[in-house]
Ligand binder design. Sequence first.
Ligand code: UFG
Length: 330
Amino acid sequence: MNVLVTGGAGYIGSHAVKRLREGGHNVVVLDNLFRGHREAVPDGVAFEELDIRQTDAVTDALKRHKIECVMHFAALAYVGESVPKPLMYYDNNTGGTVSLLTAMDNAGVKRLVFSSTCATYGEPDRMPIVEDMPQSPINPYGWSKLFVERILKDYAAANSDFAYAALRYFNVAGCASDGSIGEDHEPETHLIPVLLNTVLGKRKSVTIFGEDYDTPDGTCIRDYIHVEDLVDAHAVVMEKLQPGDQRFYNLGIGRGCSVREVIDAAKKVTGNDFPVETGDRRPGDPPQLYANADKIQSELNWKAKQTDIEKVVQTAWRWFKGHPDGYGKS
Ligand code: UFG
């Protein structure tokens, strides 16, 4: 299939490009390079340096490359940043997707796989999270993605031959197992990269954001899904989409891991006993978030394979060790 990957120069998008090419698809990357890396796009992959809000230019790119499906990763994705800058998030994530859908409509592209998030659930009172639980985000980032889910429902209701899936990610982690591509964010706030940057000496210590949660070891619990599993699910879902489909799936492993457990895994994998401090809770952090991952398994016979946190951290360590300064500088 001819697939346009928006945000294909970013962390998750670049892994999707790799997986799609390995699956025999013809891939075109569209990215504005605001936070993506040109170096993450392999030679031989067509690259459109565009913003999804450039509706006419995106329409033209969809037509020129005879795109049959859009995999849409392009988005701003810092929960913390979204609070003081909500308009930036609604403009890029929500408005940007309306523009992309308009371009798809203009060009007659009828399939979309959308990158949604478990942040659309907010702070559910029960765990694990099932897809039909209420969605009530607690920050603009979560809302910016939930609004898109709503818009997709309305667009699909008006266009019976349109098909889409909204995939709600839990904590995406790890890097390509072959070490070829990885994670390079500026600023970096995610737990595993923060730990590995500390091992590399780029930070002096790690701070645990709260050890007084009502969890077994007092630290927050998250569901870490390997990026290769995550993008594999996208390819599987894309290949199954039929006209009229509206699919919603959680993408997690279905089990949580505490901050302490991730730190222990990082110490073991790297052989480095880096300093760890305890700090205050980070505002907006729910104590526990983990998926019920049964729906995608029962409907599409798909489940995550890389479920051992040490092995997940190992793949990230391979990338960080080999590329201490990220893309283009090593
Ligand atoms: N953490 C620390 N110290 C750090 C960094 C993180 O203790 O230096 C803790 C956090 O408090 C949290 C856990 O590690 O408990 C994971 O934090 P991340 O920042 O790696 O990830 P989040 O769970 O905050 O965010 C993820 C995704 C978001 C998504 C969100 C849903 O990255 O895109 O889950 O709540 F929106």
